[in-house]
Ligand binder design. Structure first.
Ligand SMILES: [Zn+2]
Ligand SMILES: [Zn+2]
Length: 407
């Protein structure tokens, strides 16, 4: 039994919210290539009389809602892209696109932000300042947020909020905390060059398989010996390639892996230690090495005041269900916005109630959500906007809370 305090305006849109999410779910699009999704979003926002811009960050859409009095500028963000996964679930709103699927919940994010924009557009006269809706492409790997920022989507913005439907938490829970909430996600490639030779005559060779083995062992000490044990970090070697034959000493080895860290300083520390370990191996074994280090998304780090605002707003919707998030070392390009302006990214519990918690993870081919979570997100965003922009004319208390939506 979950009790949710869904705002009446959101409850009134229940059918259309679910219908929009299912429509997007049936027609998923990838990365920056979102003609149908972005088209639908732009059309709905234009119909509300908002100032709409398309082609922001290649294929994103922004819309500005100006209140009737001066005030702060708040950005609310949703991501629109799907994943290259063949859906295996058997819902009637299953993906109609071969090999493409909304397996992260971005269909829900888009539907929720559209509903929020619709409700706020009707309340324009009672709002102060400006609410800007950001619908971004390419969260899944290509960093669409960076392109949106480069196109000026944060110009004049005082703070930003974003949310993720979160199947690691049940309906009625909201996960939020100040500081890091998702990790930096980097990629590294190490190449060793040695001296090959006959497997029976190692003298005079520099065996890169031995060096690679030593490197794999050594990198384990970065997290276990260099990182503060109270911090979170991961170094994983994912691939190792060396050699061509059982009796030939390999003159080259290539390894790839990923680094995850919650803080920029730990990320830099890991990068530094990788370089130092390689320098040590060069001295010890006479091998030559190169390190290619590709910075992925930075850590997603929430600011204190904005986290407090989200916590307050979320308590009005899920009561005591607000708490620490189910943390993950995944990455999120919302991090780029938070590098520019204060803000908060939070998780809305959406695990399907009829299956064991954790059995429908994000990016899996049978992904689905508890659609009642679609009512939770907009309710929280509306409380946030009310706290920051409310009361332009009447000291509006029209958004009375009622019990509903939960079963
Ligand atoms: Zn994802
Ligand atoms: Zn996602």
């Amino acid at each position: 039994m979950v009790t949710l305090y869904i705002l009446p305006d959101v409850n009134a849109r229940r059918e259309s919210l679910i219908a929009t999410r299912r429509d997007l779910h049936q027609h998923p699009e990838l990365a920056f290539d979102l003609p149908r999704t972005a088209g639908l979003v732009a059309e709905r926002l234009t119909a509300l009389g908002l100032e709409v811009k398309t082609g922001v960050g290649k294929s994103g859409v922004t819309a500005t809602l100006r209140g009737s009095a001066p005030g702060p500028v708040t950005a609310l963000r949703a991501d629109m892209d799907a994943l290259p996964i063949q859906e295996t679930g058997d819902t009637h709103y299953k993906s109609t696109v071969e090999g493409v699927m909304h397996a992260c919940g971005h269909d829900g994010h888009t539907a929720m932000l559209l509903a929020t924009a619709e409700i706020l557009a009707e309340k324009r006269s009672s709002l102060r300042g400006e609410v800007r809706f950001l619908f971004q492409p390419a969260e899944e790997g290509d960093g669409g947020a960076r392109y949106m920022i480069a196109d000026g989507c944060l110009k004049g913005v005082d703070r930003i909020f974003g949310l993720h439907l979160w199947n690691y938490q049940p309906l009625g829970e909201v996960g939020v905390r100040p500081g890091p909430i998702l990790a930096a996600a980097d990629i590294f490639t190490v190449r060793f060059r040695g001296v090959g030779g006959h497997g029976a005559a190692p003298q005079g060779t520099v065996d890169t398989t031995v060096v690679a083995a030593e490197f794999i062992q050594a990198v384990q000490t970065i997290v276990s010996r260099n990182i503060n044990p109270l911090d979170n970090a991961v170094v994983t070697v994912g691939t190792v390639r060396a050699g061509h034959s059982f009796n030939i000493i390999a003159d080259q080895a290539t390894l790839t892996g990923t680094v995850r860290a919650y803080t920029e300083s730990n990320r830099q520390l890991i990068k530094q230690r990788l370089r130092e370990l390689l320098a040590g191996l060069e001295k010890m074994y006479g091998v030559r090495s190169t390190l290619e280090y590709e910075d992925g998304y930075p850590p997603t780090v929430n600011t204190a005041e904005e986290t407090r605002l989200v916590t307050e707003a979320a308590r009005k919707v899920v009561g005591t269900g607000v708490g620490d998030p189910y943390l993950s070392m995944g990455g999120e390009d919302f991090a780029y916005y938070l590098q520019k302006v204060p803000g908060c990214f939070f998780f809305v519990g959406s695990a399907p109630a009829d299956r064991p918690l954790g059995s429908v993870p994000h990016h899996c081919s049978h992904f689905d959500i508890d659609e009642r979570a679609l009512l939770v997100g907009p309710s929280i965003l509306l409380h946030l906007v009310d706290a920051l922009h409310g009361g332009a004319k009447t000291p509006s208390k029209t958004e009375k809370k009622t019990t509903g939506g939960g079963k």
